[in-house]
Design a binder for this molecule. Structure first.
Ligand code: ATP
Ligand code: MG
Length: 260
């Protein structure tokens, strides 16, 4: 494994805030002086475009790394205005990877091998797609820990049991040391009783895992990607930026305990 801490940001459910968390947590960690690599492992490539990187389908991307075995250093990009953050971008070509991977040897280990030689990063964040297929499994096999964004909505806990089951299977079969870095409650709406109820319920079930930081639902967080910026630059003093800074602080404190 590479020298930095590798976190797979995953949830098979779509639209729960995986990419928003990957981009803004990365930016908040960079603000605190950490060196971060964000790897976009989703054919939708929202993390890449949300940071202002626009690529054509045949530009070098994580597809070349995972499927063709090209060194990851060859495809890294530095988003504008973001010293300390590197991005391994994705393009639509990654959409074919699930099928192509199926025929390759050690198909679950491709990303893990690709990250192996990297050094100089404090954190490597993997933004995974909304499925539990091979690209997500590659993320879970490459990671030290899972970071799970969970939307404050009625079915949150049901989705979580499938994910904890997957965690169990991956530990058993592929990556015995995979841990859970934490569960982050996203799209929290303080005006609804439901949001508060879901947080209470998830905290009861997973008291050690849930971060105390709640990520609020704010328009600024959804606008920032269209400007190619993380919220910490697009709306530095807003609630969204503050929340992701608080999450970064909490994560750093937890990881300091892990390392001790
Ligand atoms: P997918 O599963 O498709 O990859 P995802 O889990 O990565 O989705 P995001 O893309 O981060 O989810 O978020 C889904 C949508 O919700 C996006 O339009 C995003 O801008 C918006 N969104 C995410 N978090 C928030 C928030 N806290 N407040 C407001 N909008 C948000
Ligand atoms: Mg996403």
């Amino acid at each position: 494994m590479p020298s930095g801490r590798v976190l797979a940001i995953c949830n098979q459910k779509g639209g729960v805030g995986k990419t928003t968390t990957a981009v803004n947590l990365a930016a908040a960690l960079v603000e605190r002086g950490r060196r971060v690599l964000l790897v976009d492992v989703d054919p939708q490539s929202n993390a890449s475009s949300g940071l202002g990187l626009t690529l054509g389908p045949s530009d070098p991307s994580i597809y070349d790394v995972i499927v063709l075995g090209q060194p990851i250093n060859d495809i890294l990009q530095r988003p504008p205005h973001m010293d300390g953050l590197d991005v391994a971008p994705a393009t639509l070509s990654l959409a074919g990877a699930e099928l192509e991977l199926a025929d390759l040897a050690r198909r679950e280990y491709r990303l893990r091998y690709a990250l192996e030689g990297l050094h100089g990063y404090d954190y490597i964040l993997l933004d995974s797609p909304p499925s539990l297929a091979l690209l997500t499994i590659n993320c879970l096999v490459a990671a030290h820990a899972m970071l799970i964004p969970l939307q404050c909505e009625y079915y949150a806990l049901e989705g979580l049991s499938l994910l904890t089951h997957t965690h169990h299977l991956v530990r058993q079969e592929l990556n015995p040391s995979l841990t859970i870095a934490g569960i982050v409650m996203t799209l929290f709406d303080s005006r609804t009783l439901l949001s508060a109820q879901v947080v209470t319920e998830v905290r009861q079930r997973f008291p050690a895992e849930v971060f105390s930081t709640l990520i609020p639902r704010t328009v600024r967080l959804s606008e920032a990607p269209s400007h190619g910026l993380p919220v910490t630059l697009y709306d530095p003093d807003g609630k969204g930026a503050q929340a992701y800074r608080a999450l970064a602080a909490e994560l750093l404190a937890r990881d300091a305990l892990v390392a001790a």
